[in-house]
Design a protein around this ligand. Structure first.
Ligand code: PEP
Length: 267
């Protein structure tokens, strides 16, 4: 496996994917409470970055709140169109997300791939659309239970990452999220060792495709039934740089506790 410089420090990222939960009023209350509970607890936002991914209809409200109160919380969308504009009913352009000062966008979540039949090619085009608009894509990859049995853990995530990066040439700012489909919403998280094994394989792909420097600074998240009780065990792994959290991200106390993993386990 390709070696990557260990001298690069990657700021851990805890990302909350709200999915289709919380309307714009609930979003305002949630983000306010999250920011204040983390501040009250003395959270160092430069040591562990916090981000939320509300539904599209909440983004303008979240932007207004974050900007008015100068909250140290990043936000982004759960998906983006591969097109810039035009006759694509229901789609949202990366241009529009950039205009709302989104920092990130989740691309290729397994719910998009499975429920909306999103292809590797679309994922790749969405990554390009995000990068062209200075949005950092959080590229989701992961194997189903069948894939795991047939191909082992790394084969599908590695192939999905290669496809997602097919059109990316430069030292782009990207985040990769390894999310085994069988672990999402199931309460059955991968083991930290499984997550580390796949994260290391994904980093080797980054070395090969984008070079050692980009690979060394790219954050790889684990996602799938992350809770306050198991986050620290993932964060001990050298190639795991944060978490993409689904269900637990809409419980503000639980999400704040996940963000504060260093404190409650004394890391
Ligand atoms: C997700 O949907 O990205 C996810 C990781 O969900 P959960 O945390 O609920 O497993």
């Amino acid at each position: 496996m390709a070696a990557v410089s260990s001298s690069v420090r990657r700021t851990p990222l805890i990302a909350g994917n709200w999915k289709m939960n919380l309307d714009h009023l609930q979003a305002i209350a949630f983000v306010q409470k999250l920011a204040w509970s983390l501040k009250d607890a003395g959270h160092d936002f430069s040591a562990v970055e916090v981000s939320v991914f509300p539904p599209y209809t909440d983004l303008r409200s979240v932007q207004t709140l974050v900007s008015a109160d100068k909250l140290p919380i990043a936000y982004g969308a759960q998906d983006v169109s591969e097109h810039a504009s035009g006759a694509f009913t229901g789609e949202i352009s990366a241009l529009f997300l950039a205009a709302l000062e989104c920092r990130y966008v989740i691309i290729g979540h397994s719910e998009r791939r499975i429920l909306h039949h999103e292809t590797d090619e679309q994922v790749s085009l969405k990554v390009v659309a995000a990068l062209e608009n200075n949005l950092t894509p959080i590229i989701c990859v992961g194997e189903t239970a069948d894939d795991l049995e047939t191909h082992g853990a790394s084969a599908v995530p590695v192939a999905q990452l290669r496809a997602a990066l097919a059109e990316v040439r430069s030292a782009a700012d990207i985040v990769v999220a390894y999310e085994p489909v069988w672990a999402i919403g199931s309460g059955q998280a991968a083991t930290p060792e499984q997550a580390e094994q796949v994260a290391a394989a994904l980093r080797a792909v980054l070395v090969e495709l984008l070079g050692e420097d980009v690979a060394a600074k790219t954050r790889i998240l684990y996602g799938g039934s992350v809770k306050s009780g198991n986050i620290a065990s993932f964060m001990r792994e050298p190639n795991v740089d944060g978490a993409l959290v689904g269900g637990a991200s809409i419980d503000v106390t639980e999400f704040a506790s996940i963000v504060r993993y260093q404190k409650h386990v004394g890391l």
